[in-house]
Design a protein around this ligand. Structure first.
Ligand SMILES: Cc1ncc(COP(=O)(O)O)c(C=O)c1O
Length: 457
């Protein structure tokens, strides 16, 4: 009798646990793993994963909109000097592009953050011109930008107006337009040599009766009695030489400055102080590396200047890509996790290592020299940090045409003349992929070695 009831209890327990497991299984099917519940994002997610899984031999990558995607088979796009359908072929005689300012070294970083940085854009995402209400800008992105500046401590964004631009490039001339308003004679637009070429190119292209390009600021510093309004572009750290420039060369009540802080982030420079200037420009291109998204911003003190710049961008492009704003928001949120340490440390470690290798190689040369940058205390990292500039500003000590000398060695840089400097200088990009840098270093080493061989004979 006792054995029989024990048996019944056992069967009951078995039945109960079976029914419990079955229920759990059905619950899992209805509310289980999120990926099992995807509906309209499923195909897009599968497509995105499929294209990202192409390894391209580690010397390239494939994109959804790449050539061949119309046949449903995106192909590899190889890094400079690699070829073949899977990018496995090194092209030894290629001309290496050390000209471009694309911050491609961050591709590796963003691959590590693949899951947290991906964005899904629906077919009906924010189709109108306006973002929210009548605003053309994402309030949430504005908030995150302010938070980032405050976390990094590079610029004071409190009580500043924020204006987005289709890249900070759009904001350069917007600022000139706003500052030159109401001048009795055309304002003189200047920058100290070496300067970023777009300051000159845009001022000349968008010719206006309110301003004109007047070249090197240091020239006007030396001209006594020069009068009229000056607008000086101050880039800090400077493109191309990486030096911090804290003040305009031209001082006085009739000089207005536009501060281009595209590179004022801890991966490129020490952050010795929190800057707080009237017009400060920043760019996603040099912060996270997303140049292709074309998104920059200005922090502006004066309300009237802000309105003039805003009216310029509105007339010029009628707003800013909503997809870019969404993407920037996602990326900056990732950067902000852990206070930005992850991304800035990655960038700083990579760039300081590249700078050390290049300067060690060139220290053996009498024909070539590099700009001088010192180690400096960084408030963000809270320690002295080594230099990690975006570009090498190389001087050919003996040869007048540095571009020609480097081209002969298979390296294409950006000639000094484009920065208002002499052709003895050339800018070499250190911010591209590791493949690009390895090849650059190899070719520079070969140039330096040639020197050694020549001096023996
Ligand atoms: C000093 C400087 N300002 C502005 C820009 C343009 O940035 P964006 O890509 O945001 O237009 C660059 C790009 O190289 C730059 O070097």
């Amino acid at each position: 009798m006792a054995a029989g009831s024990g048996m019944i209890i056992k069967c009951l327990l078995l039945f109960l646990s079976f029914s419990f497991s079955l229920n759990l299984f059905f619950l899992y099917l209805s509310f289980g793993r999120p990926s099992d519940r995807l509906t309209w994002t499923r195909t897009a997610a599968l497509e995105a994963e499929a294209v990202a899984s192409l390894s391209c031999s580690g010397h390239g990558r494939a994109f959804l909109d790449g050539i061949g995607s119309s046949q449903g088979k995106p192909t590899c796009e190889c890094y400079a000097c690699y070829g073949g359908s899977d990018c496995s072929q090194l092209l030894p005689d290629c001309l290496l592009d050390a000209d471009s300012g694309s911050l491609l070294l961050f591709e590796t970083y963003w691959k590590q953050k693949a899951e947290s940085s991906a964005v899904v854009v629906s077919g009906w995402h924010r189709m109108s011109y306006e973002m929210t209400g009548t605003s053309l800008m994402s309030v949430e992105l504005e908030r995150v930008i302010r938070q980032l500046h405050s976390t990094v401590g590079n610029a004071n964004a409190k009580r500043k107006f924020i204006l987005f631009g289709d890249g900070s490039s759009q904001l350069l001339n917007a600022a000139v337009h706003a500052l030159s308003h109401n001048s009795s004679s055309p304002a003189s637009v200047v920058a100290a040599v070496p300067y970023y070429a777009l300051f000159k190119d845009q001022t000349l292209l968008f010719k206006s009766e309110n301003y004109e390009w007047k070249g090197d600021a240091s020239h006007w510093n030396n001209v006594s009695g020069s009068s009229g309004k000056f607008i000086e572009f101050v880039t800090s750290p400077n493109n191309p030489d990486g030096n911090l420039r804290r003040r305009p060369l031209l001082q006085g009540p009739s000089t207005k400055a536009i501060y281009d802080y595209a590179y004022y982030w801890p991966h490129f420079t020490a952050i010795p102080t929190m800057v707080d200037d009237d017009i400060m420009l920043f760019s996603m291109s040099k912060l996270t590396g997303h140049a292709g998204s074309r998104l920059g911003w200005a922090l502006i003190k004066d309300e009237e200047v802000y309105h003039r710049m805003a009216s310029y961008t509105e007339t010029n492009t009628l707003g800013f890509s909503h997809e870019s704003q969404l993407r920037a928001l996602k990326l900056l949120k990732v950067v902000l996790q852990g206070g930005g340490r992850d991304m800035f440390q990655f960038g700083y470690t990579t760039l300081s290592d590249r700078w050390r290798k290049l300067s060690t190689s060139l220290s053996l040369s009498t024909r070539f020299s590099l700009q001088k940058i010192s180690a400096q205390y960084c408030n963000y990292l809270q320690r002295i940090r080594e230099p990690s500039p975006a570009y090498a500003w190389l001087k050919c000590e003996m040869d007048a045409d540095c571009e020609r000398v480097l081209r002969a060695a298979g390296i294409m840089g950006r000639p000094g003349k484009e920065f208002g400097a002499s052709s003895r200088y050339i800018r070499l990009s250190l911010i591209k992929t590791q493949d690009d840098f390895d090849l650059l270093l190899q070719r520079i080493n070969a140039l330096v070695d040639q020197e050694g061989v020549k001096s023996i004979f």
